[in-house]
Design a protein around this ligand. Structure first.
Ligand code: GLU
Ligand code: ZN
Length: 305
């Protein structure tokens, strides 16, 4: 069982499509079930209409999913904004490890002490573990992270290990505004939906160790993680909307042929030697013969979900 879990913060672009294609082929190539889940819990980043556009883009390209928006399924609903009660339930189960934190961003950063963050974030050093700095203020909810190394065998990257106490420290599960964080929601949902294969972009690699801790604290089996390379543009920079990468909706509205778009991605991935017009299912053959399948094929026990 695998999933695609986009955040509707804007249009899907070719970078998302590459990750979606690899994840879909991984699961379809093994006869597994594929879930679409919309990660729309951050109200400040969610854009109106983006969810509908993602679904339309995916259908336009010929992708299907066994569970998700428009299809339903046993873990319904598949929009995180409609699953808030589940996150609260998980927080209740984690209560022995969580505490209220009233630190401002500035305070937390100043106290973290490290001159350089390990991966773009400053590890929170647990100032409020024994009591809040500003007891009357709004509080976020953090979870206590002990020192220690977390290791896993990544489907794409091989052996990985991280020290969450040095990367993020005690991390936030619910914001001061009361919203569950990505870290909490993604784990709660992957557990609830029975996901055994988490294939995603390597930009999320730094989140994985803390997510593994959440699985363990929640008493759930840890899925296999596979962090695949992000698509880069000609100048070698990571594709981002701000750099003018093409949105899929934009291509769709311009009347582009979705099979040409998909063929282009397949060539870039080495699944095709030359551009061809293809549907996702037509790439299952090339996939089966590729290095991707050799490395990413789900273990027998993992599928069908
Ligand atoms: N919603 C996340 C994103 O779009 C992906 C979550 C995940 O794959 O773990 O970046
Ligand atoms: Zn604090």
């Amino acid at each position: 069982m695998g999933r695609f879990a986009p955040s509707p913060t804007g249009a899907l672009h070719l970078g998302h499509l590459q990750t979606l294609l690899l994840g879909w082929l991984q699961i379809r190539g093994a006869g597994g079930r594929f879930v679409l889940r919309i990660e729309d819990i951050d109200p400040s980043r969610t854009r109106p209409g983006a969810t509908e556009a993602i679904i339309e883009d995916m259908r336009w390209l010929g992708f299907d999913w066994d569970e998700g928006p428009g299809v339903g399924g046993p873990a319904s609903p598949y929009l995180q904004s409609q699953r808030l009660a589940l996150y609260e339930e998980a927080l209740a189960r984690l209560r022995a490890r969580t505490y209220r934190c009233t630190c401002t961003r500035k305070e937390a950063r100043a106290a973290s002490g490290g001159p350089e963050p390990v991966s773009g974030e400053w590890p929170y050093p647990g100032i409020c573990r024994e009591g809040e700095s500003h007891p009357d203020g709004l509080a976020s909810l953090r979870i206590r992270v002990d020192e220690g190394v977390v290791s896993w065998e990544d489907g794409w990257l091989g052996s990985q290990s991280q020290e969450p106490s040095r990367v993020c420290g005690d991390f936030i599960l619910r914001s001061k505004a009361g919203d569950p964080t990505y870290q909490l929601a993604v784990v709660v949902d992957d557990i609830a939906m029975g996901v055994t294969e988490v294939l995603r972009g390597e930009d999320l690699l730094h989140s994985t160790a803390r997510q593994i801790l959440l699985y363990q604290w929640l008493g759930a089996e840890v899925p296999r993680f596979s962090h695949v390379p992000l698509r880069r543009d000609e100048t070698g920079q990571r594709l981002a909307k701000s750099r003018g990468s093409r949105g899929l909706s934009e291509l769709r509205e311009e009347g582009a042929d979705p099979r040409v778009v998909l063929g282009g991605i397949a060539v870039d991935l080495g699944l095709l030697d030359a551009p061809e017009r293809v549907l996702p299912g037509e790439l299952l053959g090339p996939w089966a013969d590729s290095e991707y399948a050799a490395r990413l094929a789900p273990a027998e026990s993992a599928d069908p979900g």
